[in-house]
Design a protein. Structure first.
Length: 213
């Protein structure tokens, strides 16, 4: 079984989500698909902004797919999207500073293991440079980032546990469709919003699963 943040079909792990074939099945994150939703949420918060940054690791297999989806989402929302590349921790700092120089009003951080491992660095740099940011995991908002929106951290492992039980009871992986995330959580750090001079709309606060004050 596997848990992957890349598209398992494009990665060559399986033939199709519904009919994986072979001896592999598991759970896949919706990283590329959820990116545009994060952009929409940031746009709801920064209504008068027209320039948004998108931080992506060009070495990540799904980076081009994520970037294409974000550019299309920005076009639909009437936004100009700057794409900033970072593949190392120092490049992350440089990318955020460049976003500020190019007057990006906010920053969407792509789903990527590098960024997941650097959650605190991302939150600290975003706060230090006074740029509102949104990332996948709650830990980003808890560390001082403005918002997070993504699948529940525990949900994929619960799904894997269910599949492990079914396989132990005789089910074959090829008969088990690859599962995708169904539970998503929005976290807003109200303290960070206030420090940035941002008034969070009541309707957005009401939709949040957690508000950090």
């Amino acid at each position: 079984m596997f848990y992957t943040v890349t598209n398992p079909v494009e990665a060559g792990l399986i033939a199709a989500l519904n009919e994986p074939g072979g001896n592999l099945t598991g759970v896949t994150s919706l990283g590329a698909e959820v990116g545009p939703k994060r952009l929409q949420l940031l746009h709801e918060l920064l209504r008068n902004s027209k320039i948004i940054g998108f931080l992506v690791n060009p070495r990540f297999p799904d980076s081009e797919t994520q970037s294409r989806g974000m550019l299309e989402a920005a076009r639909v929302l009437g936004l100009h999207l700057h794409i900033f590349n970072a593949s190392t921790p120092p490049e992350i700092d440089d990318a955020i500073e460049n976003a500020v120089k190019l007057e990006a009003s906010g920053l969407v951080i792509s789903t990527d293991p590098l960024f997941t491992a650097r959650t605190e660095q991302l939150a600290t740099m975003a706060l230090r440079n006074a740029i509102p940011g949104i990332f996948q995991y709650r830990e980003f908002a808890a560390a001082g980032g403005l918002m997070s929106y993504g699948e529940s951290f525990t949900e994929p492992y619960r799904q894997l546990g269910i599949y492990a039980g079914r396989i132990l009871n005789g089910s074959k992986p090829l008969d088990l469709p690859v599962q995708q995330a169904t539970k998503f959580e929005l976290t807003i750090n109200l303290k960070t919003a206030k420090s940035l001079g941002i008034e969070v709309p009541a309707i957005l606060l009401a939709r949040a699963d957690e508000v950090i004050e």
